[in-house]
Design a protein around this ligand. Structure first.
Ligand SMILES: [Zn+2]
Length: 423
């Protein structure tokens, strides 16, 4: 700290900056004294080093402390003389608002990531003081400056190396008085001339911050209103996207349906025609016509790919999704959109298999490949893992009606649509 040079001194009881001393007043001719010990200071205005003041004798006086004291004195002097100051604005973070507190955890996280800019609830403004008091005690604290407007006090602290601590902040809150801190720390190493310092202290707002402002609770509604409208805007866009997805979905499940029989499907897929399944179902049963959220990435008739997956699941003990994907591409000539949709395909297949499992048509164990409780899409897609009552409903449909009838297919579709689009 001793490398700090004295940049401000007292001359005729006024603070001066080293930058304001003309060359002809170098050395003791500057007529300055130290603001702490009042010893004579010499103005060092050489070409080599940064200009500064130095004690003329071997003094124990700390130049750092002398500079701090000078800046304190100067700031007080300026505000006392000018009786005006520009107050800083007050910004509030999204996470400090009331609307934030009302959100669920998921929304808290995602909106916090979106709203990184704080919102201004109190504008910056220039204030003219009726009177200014220096070092006047208020209850248990003695602020550097008190400016009053219409008998209302505003406390001002000058911070050079010591900033307002938590204890003082608590006291200010308890007093319910506004307090501003002016940060002059970088004026120690980077001296300014007196005029620039004056401008900084009066007009600059970047060096000032509110330690406390009693108006905050009355102004916070502005931030709530702002962030609420932002959230509503985002939710409206999301709703629109969701609805357009639903539209695409419902169009996809009704279009491009070839009028084929399961016999033809078997022919195409080279399945064993002696299988009991083939003999039982001449037309596709409802469970090979199940609407699956996300299935629109698969560009082929739903019954084709579902039969294919179903037969595969019956034939194998476990399901290798990579192999299944390859089989898909080679056997039923499907296309996917967008091109890189393997993870999506996997999710679509898992959902389909899960429904088959709920219908007791296949054994699909939670063997690490699939666990409905930790299902990754559960939250983000609105997908809700079937409950017992859901499984019961599905079973009652399959048991009480003809599995191949269009009516059954429609019932299941209605049930599943409710599952998928539950919001
Ligand atoms: Zn001194």
């Amino acid at each position: 700290m001793s490398c700090v040079k004295i940049n401000y001194a007292l001359k005729d009881d006024k603070i001066v900056s080293i930058l304001d001393i003309p060359l002809e007043e170098r050395g003791l001719k500057c007529n300055c004294v130290c603001p702490v010990c009042h010893e004579k200071l010499s103005a060092k205005l050489g070409a080599k080093n940064q200009h500064h003041f130095a004690h003329s004798t071997n003094s124990n006086c700390d130049p750092n402390y002398a500079t701090q004291t000078a800046l304190h004195l100067l700031a007080k002097e300026i505000i006392d003389e000018e009786k005006t100051m520009k107050f800083p604005p007050y910004f509030i973070d999204f996470s400090e608002t009331n609307i934030y507190k009302t959100l669920n955890l998921e929304d808290k996280i995602r909106f916090k990531q979106k709203f990184t800019e704080p919102y201004e609830i109190i504008e910056s403004k220039k204030v003219i003081f009726d009177s200014v008091f220096l070092e006047k005690k208020v209850s248990s604290i003695t602020p550097d400056i008190i400016g009053t407007v219409n008998n209302k006090h505003c406390l001002i602290e000058i911070a050079v190396t010591h900033f307002v601590d938590e204890e003082k902040e608590t006291k200010v809150r308890d007093l319910n008085l506004p307090m501003i801190e002016i940060d002059l720390n970088n004026c120690i190493k980077n001296p300014l001339n007196i005029q620039d310092l004056k401008n900084k202290i009066i007009f600059d707002i970047d060096c000032k911050k509110w330690i406390f402002n009693p108006r905050i609770p009355f102004e916070i509604h502005k931030a709530d209103k702002y962030f609420k409208s932002q959230i509503e805007e985002i939710q409206a866009v999301e709703k629109e996207e969701f609805e357009s997805q639903c539209k695409v979905y419902s169009e996809a499940i009704t279009s491009k349906r070839d009028n084929f029989s399961i016999v033809k499907l078997y022919d195409n897929l080279y399945f064993d025609k002696d299988s009991p399944f083939y003999k039982k179902y001449q037309v596709p049963p409802f469970f090979l016509d199940i609407p699956i959220e996300g299935e629109t990435i698969i560009h082929c008739d739903r019954r084709k790919w579902q039969l294919f997956v179903f037969m595969n699941a019956r034939a194998n003990d476990s399901i290798d999704f990579k192999i299944l994907e390859n089989l898909f591409v080679h056997n039923i000539n499907v296309t996917f959109s967008p091109p890189n949709t393997y993870p999506n395909l996997k999710m679509v297949l898992k959902k389909f298999l899960f429904h088959l499992h709920c219908l007791c048509l296949i054994e699909y164990h939670c063997d690490g490949i699939f666990d409905p409780n930790s299902y990754i899409l559960k939250k983000s897609s609105g997908f809700v893992a079937p409950t017992n009552s859901y499984a019961k409903k599905l079973k009652s449909i399959i048991e009480s009606s003809d599995p191949c009838s269009l009516e059954t297919a429609k019932k299941v579709e209605a049930l599943l649509s409710k599952q998928y689009f539950k919001r």
